[in-house]
Design a protein around this ligand. Structure first.
Ligand code: HEC
Ligand code: HEC
Ligand code: HEC
Ligand code: HEC
Ligand code: HEC
Ligand code: HEC
Ligand code: HEC
Length: 421
């Protein structure tokens, strides 16, 4: 008896042809600039943070209130800080050129009027910025994300000309993949790398700096734990607590490291990777501090790295002071306690300011040693103002600032007089 049958020659030839055609068409499809298979796979490796809520309820519930989570959202009135109410919804370039923010039946728009006639109407599609300092907005033209002409400036509670714009209507500023890399978790690019303007799949954007930006894509983690409910050890997931110091810093520096020049396409970096494999780090060095060149916008890493605290301790990273699952903005006393884990009387490393000079010293180390300074990047033009106004950002160059100490003391004195009166 024959144990096996050899296939006929014609069958073999047909198989070879079918296989060839299959591989060839895949090559051709790729050449047309369609997303490569692995790019497509990347999006499906994410689970989305709503899934995490099932098993990490508390972290999820607090994280959705953080500026990270809120740093990009599909546009809706809930997330747009500026007002659509008549009287408060206008940015005037001059006496005859206006941008009005309007709520119409079909959505929310920036409408440009010149001498009373409507000249352009652009939809709010995506909100960028939690609104701590301000917000900027994106609209889609085909698959290109573009910046809307008018932004929102929180300090003034007003609509403003978008940062860096001349005093005229600009409607064609492209939003790049690098911009989205810092303000979203993932955005799928559909144009081939290097081709400009870049195009994105509008339906495959994970908004906000969400769980999986810091823990890595987690679809396998979710699937595994759904199927193995008794497993107590987290699988297929990254925890930055187990990173080396540099890995931990690199994760934050991806977005808080100032202007870096990329050497690989945006969104290639994953938590745990070395930043030097994706960016030229000499630009980070150039952004090092010199007191007349403080670009506090987004370069907390560069500033911190030059601080004595950082240089003289072996362990300090961003998460020494920040719990990124919580919105801790403005909790100055809590941050001061974190300073005192290293600087305290027992260790003899406490503040050397004359004892007794400041009674509330332990409640606020921050205003003296990490003062707010004007950002160079988030600078906005308000209607009717001569000069643009800068948003104030905490310096991460932890140091002694005599001018700030004086301000602090003056404010204390004012407080005292208020109480006496
Ligand atoms: C079906 C349940 C389940 C879901 C859904 C789930 N996890 Fe987990 N996760 C676990 C379990 C169980 C552990 C191990 C126990 C622990 O650390 O809480 C864990 C641990 C972790 C850890 C710590 C790992 C470590 O090594 O310390 C992280 C980080 C994590 N999960 C992130 C996520 C993220 C992000 C999501 C959503 C994309 C998610 N998890 C969704 C069950 C789940
Ligand atoms: C993908 C980019 C990205 C990564 C990675 C990232 N951040 Fe951020 N972070 C941002 C952006 C963007 C904002 C501004 C959010 C806003 O207000 O719209 C921000 C804001 C913050 C804030 C300010 C919150 C506030 O009170 O206003 C802190 C603190 C912070 N990040 C710390 C960290 C730390 C620590 C890490 C690393 C564990 C980290 N970030 C990683 C993009 C990132
Ligand atoms: C290298 C990462 C990075 C890039 C690129 C980047 N940003 Fe940011 N952006 C940040 C960080 C970090 C902050 C928070 C500023 C801070 O507190 O230091 C921020 C703040 C903002 C804010 C204010 C948010 C708030 O809630 O106050 C807006 C608006 C904004 N960015 C828009 C943009 C736009 C639009 C682009 C692209 C044209 C862009 N950013 C590019 C990292 C980045
Ligand atoms: C900006 C980065 C960042 C984001 C966003 C983030 N995490 Fe974390 N997460 C961390 C860091 C850093 C640690 C380690 C903290 C430590 O132990 O020092 C951590 C630790 C964890 C742990 C381990 C247990 C614990 O409580 O420390 C879990 C579970 C976890 N994260 C889940 C989540 C989930 C779920 C989300 C989204 C809802 C999320 N994380 C969003 C940075 C982040
Ligand atoms: C991980 C430990 C650690 C933490 C946390 C820490 N520091 Fe430091 N800091 C140091 C070390 C080490 C030095 C250098 C030795 C010294 O001067 O005590 C230092 C130095 C300083 C100096 C002197 C700077 C100079 O240029 O002379 C100031 C001011 C300071 N820290 C303030 C703070 C403040 C404010 C905080 C909280 C926001 C803080 N530190 C958090 C470890 C730390
Ligand atoms: C020694 C403590 C300490 C360390 C280390 C530290 N920060 Fe901060 N950070 C602070 C304090 C204090 C504030 C002010 C908080 C506030 O005003 O709500 C702050 C504020 C911020 C803000 C908001 C800035 C603003 O003005 O809106 C960002 C973003 C931020 N930190 C990112 C980082 C990143 C990224 C790292 C690591 C490179 C880092 N921080 C390391 C103490 C620290
Ligand atoms: C009113 C402003 C002010 C406040 C508030 C303040 N400091 Fe200071 N700090 C100073 C001044 C000024 C010096 C320099 C004193 C000197 O050398 O004469 C200093 C020095 C220091 C030094 C350097 C000590 C050394 O060995 O040279 C450290 C560390 C420090 N402060 C930590 C802190 C911590 C931690 C807090 C909060 C618990 C704090 N400071 C609150 C003004 C302040």
């Amino acid at each position: 008896m024959k144990s096996f049958v050899l296939p006929r020659r014609s069958t073999v030839i047909i198989w070879v042809i079918v296989t060839l055609v299959f591989f060839l068409t895949r090559c051709i499809n790729r050449d047309k600039g369609k997303p490569s298979v692995s790019d497509k796979d990347k999006f499906s490796q994410f689970a989305g943070s709503a899934k995490c809520a099932g098993c990490h309820k508390d972290i999820y519930a607090s994280h959705i209130h953080t500026p990270h989570y809120l740093t990009s959202r599909p546009a809706s009135e809930e997330y747009i800080k500026g007002s659509f109410a008549p009287g408060e919804n206008r940015y005037a370039y001059n006496a005859s050129l206006f941008a009005d923010m309007e709520k119409r039946d079909s959505g929310l728009f920036q409408v440009i009027y010149y001498q009373g006639a409507q000249k352009a109407i652009l939809p709010f599609n995506i909100v960028v910025g939690s609104g701590a300092k301000g917000q900027t907005y994106i609209y889609w033209r085909k698959n290109w994300p573009l910046q809307l002409p008018i932004s929102y400036f929180t300090a003034a509670h007003k609509w403003a000309n978008s940062p860096g714009y001349p005093n005229k209507v600009v409607i064609n500023r492209i939003i790049t993949s690098r911009c989205l890399e810092c303000h979203t978790t993932y955005a799928e690019m559909i144009s081939s790398p290097g081709k400009e303007p870049e195009e994105f799949n509008r339906d495959r954007i994970l908004f906000g700096v969400d769980c999986e930006k810091c823990h890595g894509p987690a679809a396998s983690h979710v699937e595994f734990h759904l199927q193995n409910p008794n497993e107590k050890k987290g699988r297929y997931i990254l925890n930055p607590a187990s990173f080396s110091r540099q890995q931990s810093l690199d994760l934050c520096a991806l977005c808080h490291g100032g202007q870096l020049t990329k050497t690989k396409p945006s969104f290639s970096f994953t938590a745990g990777d070395a930043l030097t494999d994706y960016f030229k780090m000499d630009t980070a060095k150039a952004a090092h501090l010199s007191s007349d060149n403080i670009d506090v916008h987004g370069n907390q890493y560069g500033l911190l790295r030059d601080s004595k605290c950082f240089i003289m301790s072996d362990t300090m990273t961003c998460i020494t002071c920040h719990n990124t699952h919580e919105n801790e903005r403005g909790k100055i006393e809590l941050f001061s306690q974190r300073c005192m884990t290293c600087h305290n009387k027992e260790h003899g490393t406490f503040c050397k300011i004359k004892p007794g000079m400041v009674s509330s010293l332990e409640k606020n180390c921050i205003d003296c040693h990490m003062p707010k300074q004007g950002s160079r990047a988030i600078v906005l033009q308000l209607s009717g103002h001569e000069a643009p106004i800068a948003a104030m950002i905490r310096s991460h160059f932890i140091s002694i600032y005599p001018g700030e100490v004086k301000k602090y003391m003056d404010a204390l004195d004012k407080d005292k007089t208020k109480k006496i009166n």
